[in-house]
Design a protein around this ligand. Structure first.
Ligand SMILES: [Zn+2]
Length: 639
């Protein structure tokens, strides 16, 4: 690898840009913007018309280039807004237009995308040319999301801060490379020999990158609850980047803690992940506080974390440090979930970290990606990694689920489904909407509690991240999330009435009964034989969900007055196994089989010790590669 310093790198960038940019574009400024380089031009028209000019430059300097109009050439916002409204017409269902002065962007929020024609469409180019503002299209979900609105206003209020931050990130990525890369290590900080608090440090001679930063629900003490960041041996400021695989709290819940203690660098993730994260994190703080505990960080730390996110598209290659490039790929697990590919140096070493993944098509998503150019070290989850963790086929699981719901309703009972707010809940909605349409279920209300309204709205805001079939049904106005039997407007006062009234279906968090409204419903329903509780997701050791699904006949719950009281479990307990967002044993193995490039080392994490042992020994036998499960605090040199 070639050594260089920042000045030399800047000179190289300038040389390439000045020699290829047409003088008519009137370049005024070249600036780092996060992992990208922004060119400010007085007349960017030609560059926007002929994309090959920018593409060639980007290829030579190996960095993505964004073209922006020089601020002096921008229309006044009120004039630009008039022009945009006229250009888009009525049929797009325009909801909001806002301007981000710092980045020269106009954010257009509208209901329909079709008539605009997607990014790079002639209409959007025309808007850019005429107004001098770069149009960013945001789809307004059919039901309003307070989260989306909150994020947009935070980002636009903090525009100046964000611009400075992105410039600093750019400079840090292109800083002098002091040591050529000669090693790569992986340190286990959380989520090894366990499910929860996922966190991994990847270190090279010049960079430190953190993969995930989660909490462990149901942990009994701090040493088990959070990743062992206390053992890093350096300040958080020294981290180059954090990459978040998906928005579940066991992968992101501890992120604001880094900001509480001084981290000010970038956090890479997909856009849906950042939106879900904003939502789940504020909920986590609420729930922790209500449970009488102090959250490990405050609202400001969580806002800081959000301000430092840099959204990436699947497949986009970005520099995240002087010697690491990162790319995110679809993981098929929940909305926005990603498999991370790290390319170290000039390709000396490649790491793939799966996060949680599903290697099978589901109602919500396409199966996880396996087409990575190269991978030497694979870090993979093993939630269902044991020999006997074979799930029934999806169609069969769906049939069992619908059958369980139908029988309970027909016998005059109600169904309680504890769910995480993100993932299974939306999958179950689609399955039920389909069953209602096919008359496989009697017409019944399905009540949804907690964050389900917001998380479902966010799914509808990102149809391009969903499976083809679901995306099309949302585009063509047969949106299953809006089925007439679904009721997403619940009030706390209604819980008892619903739980003890007419037969109905109730979906409520928490998925493992570790808290949340599901517990309230449970106490009203648990002692009635006609009712049923259906578990459709993983129940971690130590949780109430695990206890009940393993056949406990008596449980402790708070009654109305807040006193702990014993309740008899008389309702039917029905675990349904094939609907998980995780891969089962067969799918885990198939994923390895289908990888385009074959890893030399496979590190198995995110599973109970028995599953990790079982899966890694089978991988060794089957693929003749090194496969192992690290212990927390182990560091493995992989290159
Ligand atoms: Zn997950």
């Amino acid at each position: 690898m070639e050594d260089y310093d920042l000045e030399a790198r800047l000179k190289q960038i300038r040389d390439v840009i000045f020699s290829s940019i047409p003088p008519e574009a009137r370049l005024t400024k070249v600036e780092f913007e996060g992992p990208n380089i922004a060119l400010y031009c007085e007349k960017p028209q030609q560059l926007l018309d002929d994309e090959s000019i920018i593409r060639n430059m980007a290829k030579q300097i190996k960095t993505r280039i964004i073209v922006r109009t020089d601020p002096s050439r921008r229309m006044l916002p009120q004039d630009a807004e008039k022009l945009i409204r006229k250009a888009l017409g009525e049929e797009v269902g325009l909801e909001n237009i806002s301007f981000n002065e710092e980045e020269g962007e106009v954010i257009i929020m509208a209901k329909k995308y079709g008539s605009i024609g997607g990014p790079g469409s002639p209409l959007l180019k025309e808007i850019a040319q005429e107004t001098g503002w770069r149009p960013i299209f945001v789809r307004a979900p059919p039901i309003k999301s307070a989260t989306l609105k909150g994020i947009l206003s935070l980002m636009s209020n903090e525009g100046t801060y964000r611009k400075d931050f992105l410039r600093d990130v750019g400079q840090s990525i292109h800083r002098p490379l002091i040591y050529r890369n000669n090693y790569v290590t992986v340190k286990a900080l959380g989520g090894f020999q366990e499910v929860g608090r996922s966190s991994i440090l990847v270190e090279t001679a010049s960079s430190k990158v953190l993969l995930d930063c989660g909490v462990k629900p149901g942990a009994l003490n701090t040493l088990d609850e959070f990743p062992r960041l206390d053992t890093l041996g350096f300040d958080f400021q020294e981290l180059d980047a954090v990459i978040i695989s998906h928005a579940h709290l066991d992968h992101v819940g501890f992120l604001p803690f880094l900001f509480k203690y001084g981290y000010r660098g970038p956090v890479y993730m997909t856009r849906p992940t950042s939106e879900l994260m904003a939502l789940l994190q504020s909920d986590y703080m609420d729930v922790t506080e209500k449970g009488g505990k102090k959250p490990p960080y405050g609202v400001n730390d969580y806002k800081k974390a959000l301000l430092h996110t840099i959204p990436l598209e699947y497949g986009e290659v970005v520099d995240i440090s002087p010697d690491i490039k990162a790319t995110l790929y679809n993981a098929g697990h929940i909305l926005g979930s990603a498999i991370t590919h790290l390319h170290v140096g000039e390709g000396e070493h490649n790491i793939v970290y799966t996060g949680d993944f599903k290697y099978a098509d589901t109602r919500l998503f396409q199966r996880a990606e396996t087409d990575f150019p190269r991978v030497e070290t694979l870090i993979m989850e093993s939630t269902y990694g044991a020999k006997n963790d074979l799930m029934v086929p999806r169609e069969e699981a769906e049939r069992q689920f619908i059958e369980a719901v139908r029988v309970t309703l027909e016998h005059g009972g109600s169904v309680l489904i504890p769910v995480l707010s993100v993932g299974r809940a939306q999958e179950l909605m689609i399955i039920m909407a389909d069953a209602f349409n096919k008359k496989l279920l009697p017409k019944t209300k399905v009540h949804m509690e907690g964050l389900l309204y917001e998380t479902t709205a966010l799914h509808m805001a990102h149809p391009e991240s969903l499976s083809r079939q679901l995306r099309d049904s949302i585009y063509y106005d047969e949106n299953p999330f809006l089925h007439e039997n679904f009721d997403m407007h619940l009030r706390i006062e209604d819980r008892q009435k619903l739980a003890t009234g007419e037969p109905c279906v109730i979906m409520a968090p928490a998925g493992m009964l570790t808290g949340g409204p599901a517990l309230d419903y449970l106490k009203y329903m648990v002692e009635e034989e006609k009712n049923a509780i259906i578990f459709t997701s993983y129940q971690a050791e130590g949780t109430l969900g695990r206890k009940i699904s393993k056949g406990a006949t008596e449980i402790q719950l708070e009654d109305e007055s807040g006193e702990e009281k014993a309740f008899k479990v008389r309702m039917k307990v029905i675990p349904i196994e094939g609907l998980s967002g995780h891969s089962d044993r067969r799918e885990l193995i198939q994923f390895i089989e289908r990888l385009r490039s074959h890893p030399k080392t496979i590190i198995v994490n995110h599973g109970e010790p028995r599953k990790i042992e079982d899966l890694s020994s089978y991988i060794r036998y089957r693929f003749h590669v090194d496969a192992l499960g690290l212990e927390i605090l182990d560091t493995l040199r992989v290159y």
